[in-house]
Design a protein around this ligand. Sequence first.
Ligand code: PSU
Ligand code: MN
Length: 319
Amino acid sequence: MNPLLDLQPEVADELAAGRPVVALESTIISHGMPWPQNVETALAVEAEVREHGAVPATIAIVDGRLKAGLSRDDIERLGRDGQQTAKVSRRDMPMLVARGGTGATTVAATMIVAALAGIRVFATGGIGGVHRGAPTSFDISADLQELARTPVAVVCAGAKSILDLRLTLEYLETHGVPVIGYRTDRLPAFFTRDSGFGVDARVDEPREIARVMKAKWDIGLGGGLVIANPIPVEHALPREVVDRAIEQALAEAQAQGIAGKAATPFLLARVNALTGGDSLASNIQLVLNNARLAAAVAVAFAGLSQPDTLVPSGCSGEN
Ligand code: PSU
Ligand code: MN
């Protein structure tokens, strides 16, 4: 095991036994939601993973250590410190580790730590992507490069339309990252179920998703997959409400010259503020929904890795 990595004992035991573990990110706690709902949600998401048969491993960097599985105190600290917390993507990891710092991991950095730990399934809210205006700003989230190279399946509700979702899909295609719709043909856009763009493939059952993951890695392709899980209908927001808030947030970001790693946290916070409590409630529900699917996929994937002798005869085609 990597000497910089600390696995929570329960996570280590589950992984050693080939049982299902789901990685969870921490930038969603520090920069994705306000306190105290961020801490409540992080704990509720862990509970949801457990309830659906897997063990959660929330990932962050604490005092220079890569952590898979956080204590309640760690989660509380990331949530309370909020935007003051260091936001850690691939680029930022060496400095934090060298200096013994603490930070919240983005999708990219969470995938890296998950892969080091041997965790193959990860649940979050929305991934980063190609920003609007990227043809001149070059602002493309490192999450996309990570999906290209690191073997983890990321269950998300698509991505917020603060991004250019068309270019995000083009980028993922170029880098060979499958975008799978769970029980949908459409790419969801976080608060809404249809971004206006299609996915590469619709898959209706968790075990089928697990088979696609296994096939990708058995071929030797490496890299990750996007498992796009639309927000439950009853929690989706009206498109006009979301679009209006996003347009205003983007205009404010441009007027204030917000760029680089500050761009996404600024936009998330402004969209949250402009849409008020409704969007926060929806945000929490979609993350819980992703945790449930990720747990089911992790259970199915762990089942696929069992030796064939455990499969009752006559059922192998159904495994
Ligand atoms: N989008 C959301 N909520 C989030 C993020 C994105 O709707 O919390 C966070 C995730 O941690 C993601 C990161 O990995 O923002 C992307 O940041 P950037 O665009 O700077 O790569
Ligand atoms: Mn960026």
